[in-house]
Each structure stands twice: as structure tokens, then as C-alpha cells.
Design a protein around this ligand. Structure first.
Ligand SMILES: Cc1ncc(COP(=O)(O)O)c(C=O)c1O
Length: 384
């Protein structure tokens, strides 16, 4: 497609000379695969989120898989997930042979409806995966209270929410969960190319996550079953994976993480510009934003009248404004529709999806870019 003006993607990375220098430093070092830079990145992540441990891995999807494995999810179990999320949240449960149970979201925040979660719990439920959609923390107090009462493991899908906070605690601190996962895909706050991490305050979970990240093999003297062997000795103790991050990616991640406060500040400025522009427009619904949490603004989602969504989307794209839709509700994806049944209805998720658009939101946007987006959304809505 050709555009008259510079295309504006809905999300992208923002790299500088320091980021490039960090990667080149690793390229000149003896390590390329998981090494000292991964350890440094893990330490920086744990400190940034206020968690005791971070286990870096190859992407957010493998982080979800590792977390589900560490939670002990297995065939016959169920894991409860919200309908408005990326497919990977539910897929991770299936990788373990467990069944994802898709529940509705709260109209307004579009995060997991705690009442729907409670209603979906059965004898088979082992895990709940609240998603901090668009960067807005889910109702963690209520979700973790229900989960604790039922002995469920809580895994926060915080892929969108690095830098967000909930009731004064940083997302990723695992204040109200067992584990939280992050993604470092280029559209996220911190980019490593592919990349992810699991945060936890449990040393036992950390050790399990590390074990499964690397083939189920350990060399850690404290964890070996046979402690009488020589320095070469390692044990494969379980069937794991190769889900490691490279040192090149980790060096980029550490360099990017230093700029997280700046990236968040810019995202918040952009959100304020959009909110000022659209807050009084009766045709546009904004994501509700409860006062007890800080939004990390991975996405800026709006809802336009369902009858106009397609026209507005096409209007924006014709002008190089590459709006997106996050997300098609999980139960409407052909794969999950077959599993959940075509009759499954989740009214809040479906109503949101019918009018949903994600406007460009990333730290590389200029004020002029944002003004261009605002004007185009208004024109798209005015067009007949
Ligand atoms: C909510 C959510 N969870 C998990 C993931 C998976 O992350 P990755 O793309 O790093 O595998 C994504 C990716 O976009 C996501 O949006």
C-alpha cells in the first residue's frame, strides 16, 4: 500500500544509540546465548517491578507456558482466562493439556469480571490468568481474594502492563499473585525483539521456572539429586524446553529498561491528548480507568458505534494511520469457537469488540502525529 504521508503504526519500538551499543558490546563478548547479560536483565527487571525473582525467557508466550507448567497445570485441569486477550493467554493452558475456560470482562475496563470468574470455578479449576488489558491492571484484590479462598494459583498476564500499578503496588511485584508474566515484543514498553519473563516472589517457583526453561536440566549444586559427582555433572530432572533468552536480547532489554520511566511518561502524555480530544465526544467510548490503579498505556483503545467501526478503520488506514483491533474475543476465534461451542455468549466482550479500535500509542509518536490521528478519527466518524 502507498501512503501520501508517513504511515503511523499502532505500536513500535524506540531504540537509540545506547541500545545499539549494548547489543554490539555483547557481539564482541564471548557470550551470545544465555549468560551474564541475562542475569543482569533479570536483576534489573525484578528491581523495576518490586519482585524477588525474574526468570527471563524467549517470549511472552513461553513465559506463560513456563508459568502454567510451574503452577502444575496438567491434563484434566482448567484455567480461567478473560475473553479480551491475545490467544497466547489461553493457548498456554492448552500446551499443558489443561482446558482454558473463557469468561466475560467488565464493561468499561475490559478486564476479567471477578463475578464471572467466581461463577466459572469448578472442581477442576487450578489456575486463573487475569490480563491487565491495554496496560490497565485487572481487579486484582477481588480476583486474588476469590482465588485464595478456592486454593487457586494466580498468574497475571502483565504483557501489556510493565510500569502499571495497582493500589500503590507495581504490577509484577506479585503482591496479589503467584507469578506475573511480561513480553518484550517490539510493540511493548521495553523491546528485546522476541523476549519475555516470569516474575515471582517464590524461590521454589523460580527454580522450577529455570529448570523448565532449559531442558529440565540443572547444574545447580543445591538442586542436584546426586551431590557426590564432579564438576562436569548435570542432571535432567524433568522434561523441559529450550526457552532461553540470548545475551544480545538481554543487553538490549537492560538498556531499554533504563528508559522505561521516560517511555511511560510519553505514553501518559499521549493518552491525555487522546482523552482530552475524545472525552466529550458522545460517539466515542473510552476505557474506564478506576482511581486505584495506574495505567501503563500499552494500547489506547476506543469504542466507536459498531455500524461505523469498519468505515473508520478503513478511513484511518487509507490515510496511513494503522489502527488495529485488540482483540477478537477468544471464544469467537475459530479454534476456540469449536471448543467452547458456537452458542457461547459473552455479552460485554462481544459488545466491546463490535466497536473496538486501538489508536497509535507508542513513545516515538510526536504531538503532530497524535493531532493527525485525532483529526482523522473525527473525520472518519463524520464521513457518511
Ligand atoms: C496479553 C498478551 N499475553 C501474551 C502475549 C504473548 O507475548 P509474545 O508475543 O512475547 O509471545 C501477548 C503478545 O502480544 C499479549 O498481548
Amino acid at each position: 500500500m502507498r501512503f501520501h504521508m508517513k504511515p503511523i503504526p499502532y505500536g513500535r519500538q524506540l531504540l537509540d544509540a545506547a541500545d545499539r551499543a549494548a547489543v554490539i558490546r555483547v557481539l564482541r563478548s564471548p557470550w551470545l546465548t544465555q549468560g551474564p547479560d541475562v542475569v543482569a536483565f533479570e536483576d534489573a527487571l525484578a528491581a523495576a517491578c518490586g519482585a524477588k525473582h525474574a526468570v527471563a525467557c524467549s517470549n511472552g508466550t513461553t513465559a506463560l507456558h513456563l508459568a502454567c507448567v510451574a503452577a502444575g497445570l496438567k491434563p484434566g485441569d482448567e484455567a480461567i482466562v478473560p475473553a479480551i486477550t491475545f490467544a497466547a493467554t489461553a493457548n498456554a493452558a492448552l500446551y499443558c493439556g489443561a482446558e482454558p475456560v473463557i469468561v466475560d470482562v467488565l464493561p468499561g475496563t475490559m478486564t476479567m469480571d471477578p463475578a464471572a470468574f467466581k461463577k466459572a470455578i469448578t472442581r477442576r479449576t487450578k489456575v486463573v490468568l487475569p490480563v491487565h488489558f491495554a496496560g490497565l491492571p485487572a481487579d486484582m484484590a477481588e480476583i486474588s481474594r476469590i482465588a485464595r479462598a478456592k486454593g487457586l494459583i494466580v498468574i497475571e498476564d502483565a504483557a501489556h502492563a510493565l510500569g502499571a500499578s495497582y493500589q500503590g503496588k507495581k504490577v509484577g511485584s506479585c503482591d496479589r499473585s503467584d507469578m506475573a508474566i511480561l513480553s518484550f515484543h517490539p510493540v511493548k514498553h521495553v523491546a528485546t525483539g522476541e523476549g519475555g519473563a516470569v516474575l515471582t516472589n517464590s524461590k521454589a517457583l523460580r527454580d522450577t521456572l529455570r529448570l523448565f526453561r532449559s531442558h529440565g536440566i540443572t547444574r545447580d549444586p543445591a538442586l542436584l539429586e546426586d551431590k557426590t559427582q564432579g564438576g562436569w555433572y548435570y542432571e535432567m530432572q524433568t522434561l523441559g524446553f529450550n526457552y532461553r533468552l540470548t545475551d544480545m536480547q538481554a543487553a538490549l532489554g537492560t538498556s531499554q529498561l533504563r528508559k522505561l520511566p521516560r517511555f511511560l511518561k510519553r505514553r501518559r502524555q499521549i493518552a491525555a491528548l487522546y482523552t482530552d480530544a475524545f472525552g466529550g465526544d458522545a460517539r466515542i467510548k473510552l476505557q474506564a480507568f478506576p482511581a486505584d490503579r495506574e495505567h501503563a498505556w500499552h494500547l489506547f483503545t476506543i469504542q466507536v458505534p459498531a455500524a461505523k467501526r469498519r468505515a473508520v478503520y478503513d478511513f484511518l488506514h487509507a490515510r496511513g494511520i494503522l489502527a488495529n483491533v485488540h482483540y477478537i474475543p477468544l471464544h469467537r476465534l475459530p479454534f476456540y469457537k469449536r471448543r467452547a461451542g458456537a452458542k457461547k455468549r459473552l455479552p460485554a466482550a462481544e459488545a466491546y469488540y463490535a466497536g473496538a479500535l486501538s489508536l497509535p500509542m507508542h513513545a516515538a509518536l510526536s504531538d503532530a502525529d497524535v493531532r493527525r490521528v485525532i483529526a482523522a478519527v473525527r473525520q472518519g466518524l463524520d464521513a457518511r
